[in-house]
Design a protein around this ligand. Structure first.
Ligand SMILES: NC(=O)c1ccc[n+]([C@@H]2O[C@H](COP(=O)([O-])OP(=O)(O)OC[C@H]3O[C@@H](n4cnc5c(N)ncnc54)[C@H](O)[C@@H]3O)[C@@H](O)[C@H]2O)c1
Length: 339
């Protein structure tokens, strides 16, 4: 693709800065016209760091700019649905960070606005674009391991976020497991129909006092008969632990963690290596580039983006099913949450 697409970025926080940097320096297809943040200083710093011509406080300056063809929504979760609706009304294509919203009706409204406007919407489930997971999906899709029977996802963070973040996060299932729910659907290529979640507070009692849990084991029953597990912890002392295995009738495929190097230190007693890449910004850096390239391709080639609005909705439904299952200590069908 030779022609560039003019984009505007909304939100210059942690993920907004990452997207801005990659769009500026790693994705020749994109031309960033402007960035907005309610904290003007954050937008200005981002603009200065990544050569963006305009920094504004009010996102409407981006929505109203007729030269901007696509918006990258990286603001706080509670603003996403409104931003999607405003962008759709202006006929702009939309890349929106996950989740679209925590309220299912709100997600519906936003998706309706997108449908009505006929613009593209891609939701930021970046892990699908990671080379390890893409290879697992390929093996399942092409029957390399026969009929899939079992899925195991291990997804553990290196350390919990601050308690203030936990309090407004929507809980572990909607904040953290949401990526794993997307991964489960993506890898197996089937919807989950029932979820059973067990959980506990094992890392930090303050997380329990904030009304959340920090450790969970979730069982998934897929419509195609596959059974899966997701194993979450807010704290793996050895770093970001991101592994999957799919076991099938003709074999299995598994992926391990990514490391900063391949060095092995061999001694008289043990052989050891450095810890895995520490967290998502490092571990999934390439996937964030690939997801944005795919979004821009979908606009330029006029094809459906690889992560749709429905892909944004279903993991939120799964999050609510997991929470209900944990609270009521019973398997919960997704149809109980989203008929
Ligand atoms: N896909 C991923 O791996 C991933 C990783 C991190 C965060 N996220 C998602 O990205 C979003 C942002 O997360 P973050 O960690 O960057 O948070 P953050 O708090 O670091 O950044 C959010 C920024 O949005 C700004 N903001 C809030 N309201 C705004 C508005 N109306 N207009 C413009 N800017 C506004 C804030 O001032 C802040 O600078 C969240 O929805 C989060 O779930 C996704």
């Amino acid at each position: 693709m030779s022609s560039k697409l003019n984009v505007g970025i909304i939100g210059a926080g942690r993920i907004g800065r990452l997207h801005a940097e990659q769009l500026a320096f790693r994705i020749p297809q994109a031309n960033i016209v402007a960035i907005s943040d309610v904290i003007l200083e954050a937008a200005r710093r981002c603009a200065a760091d990544f050569g963006i011509p305009f920094a504004v406080q009010d996102h409407r300056a981006i929505m109203n700019n007729p030269n901007i063809e696509a918006v990258i929504i990286c603001s706080s979760t509670d603003t996403h649905a409104q931003m999607i609706e405003e962008a759709a009304a202006e006929g702009k294509h939309i890349f929106c960070e996950k989740p679209i919203a925590l309220d299912l009706n709100r997600i519906h409204q936003a998706l309706k606005a997108v449908e009505k406007a006929g613009v593209k919407l891609q939701v930021g489930f970046n892990r699908r674009f990671d080379a390890n997971y893409a290879r697992v999906r390929q093996a399942v899709e092409q029957g390399e391991i026969g009929e899939p029977h079992l899925l195991h996802i291990i997804s553990r963070d290196p350390a919990p976020p601050p308690i203030e973040y936990i309090r407004v996060s929507g809980g572990i299932f909607l904040d953290m497991t949401i990526h794993d729910f997307d991964m489960a659907r993506f890898l197996i290529g089937s919807e989950v129909e029932e979820i059973y979640a067990a959980g506990g507070v094992m890392v930090d009692p303050a997380i329990g006092e904030a009304g959340d849990i920090d450790t969970a084991l979730i069982t998934l029953r897929f419509e195609n008969g596959v059974i899966g597990t997701i194993d979450n912890s807010r704290q793996a002392v050895y770093g970001y632990d991101q592994r999957v295995e799919v076991f099938g009738s003709k074999g299995s495929i598994s992926t391990g963690n990514n490391y900063p190097n391949t060095a092995l230190v061999r001694g008289g007693q043990t052989i050891h290596r450095d810890l895995p890449l520490n967290f998502f910004i490092e571990r999934y850096a390439d996937s964030y580039i690939a997801e944005k390239q795919a979004f821009l391709d979908s606009i330029q080639l006029d094809i459906t983006p690889p992560v749709t609005g429905r892909d944004g909705l279903i993991p939120v439904v799964m999050g609510y099913a997991a929470r209900k299952s944990y609270e009521e200590n019973r398997p919960v069908k997704l149809s109980e949450i989203y008929p």
